[in-house]
Design a protein around this ligand. Structure first.
Ligand SMILES: C[S@@+](CC[C@H](N)C(=O)[O-])C[C@H]1O[C@@H](n2cnc3c(N)ncnc32)[C@H](O)[C@@H]1O
Length: 271
């Protein structure tokens, strides 16, 4: 019988992997179980650069938040925010302006429980436990209603989350709904898995995740498909590129070229 640690929210299934916990382990975190670690190890055997891919993503997210801050954004909605790790959005944003407001959202109970714990004494922050596909529920959640003002520009973040939505969920249509409620000057920043270059690896990663029986199943997409998520928002330079190619600032922002090929990253602005 698996032992349940005291940080585990009631009702959490620790017999099948959750992508939030697998990702936490890949990044070196400790909020994961044996089944998550075994899955992560299998994924790392297929793609040995997986930790670098995750780190490139986090580094991109930090730059994308700072970029949006420089454009005047002071409120963020982070969809699929994951288990808190180093460099969370409110830490980056509130270091620049303590008055920033940040709402985190995830459907994973461990991610939500740890976000709530982290934010207990942090003004201007909130957590929503929801599936991002429940658009109305998300917009009407207490944290979103109390903290975000949709008459002002918002920074919408979708970091490594949209590829967990299958095509049947119509992610491009969902993103249109999110984009439509944002005020002009708002930004959408996202990263998304792609099979454009690392086709075999992405197929093998998908197979391994299917075999793991995780509730989270991956749908990598092409450049063109990912581009549709931005709709008529204007992509800022350098466009939709590998994370390391998006305004890298230092050695921590870059890695070997192949690790940069697993995802696309971009930031776009509503006119
Ligand atoms: C790979 S993690 C990324 C975490 C963080 N955004 C980052 O980039 O570091 C993906 C997260 O998306 C969450 N997720 C997947 N599908 C979701 C959905 N439909 N609604 C809300 N969260 C979702 C997972 O639970 C997980 O925490």
């Amino acid at each position: 019988m698996p032992q349940t640690q005291d940080w585990v929210p009631p009702g959490v299934d620790i017999t099948t992997p959750s992508i939030a916990r697998v990702y936490d382990y890949v990044l070196g975190g400790s909020h994961n179980f044996a089944v998550d670690r075994a899955t992560a190890d299998t994924l790392k055997r297929i793609a040995p650069g997986l930790r670098r891919v995750a780190r490139l993503n986090r580094a991109f997210m930090a730059r994308a938040v700072r970029y949006q801050m420089a454009q005047g954004i002071r409120q963020f909605l982070d969809l699929g925010s994951g288990i808190p790790t180093v460099g969370n959005v409110h830490e980056i944003a509130q270091r620049i302006d303590p008055a920033c407001r940040v709402v985190y959202l995830d459907r994973d109970p461990v991610a939500v429980a740890h976000s709530e714990l982290m934010l207990e004494h942090t003004p201007g922050t909130g957590v929503v436990h929801a599936d991002m596909r429940e658009f109305e529920l998300v917009l009407n959640s207490p944290a979103v209603r109390q903290l975000l003002d949709f008459t002002q520009p918002v920074g919408l973040l979708c970091m490594l989350v949209l590829h967990w939505l299958p095509d049947e969920s119509k992610p491009a249509g969902l993103m249109r709904e999110y984009r439509e409620v944002l005020a002009p000057g708002s930004h959408l920043a996202l990263t998304h898995a792609t099979h454009d270059e690392q086709k075999q690896d992405l197929e093998d990663l998908g197979d391994a995740i299917r075999i793991s029986r995780s509730a989270d199943q991956v749908t990598p997409r092409s450049y063109e498909e990912i581009l549709t998520m931005f709709g008529d928002f204007e992509l800022v330079e350098p466009g939709l590129v590998g994370c390391a190619d998006w305004r890298a600032e230092g050695p921590g922002d870059i890695a070997d070229p192949s690790s940069n090929e697993y995802t696309y990253a971009g930031v776009a602005r509503k006119r």
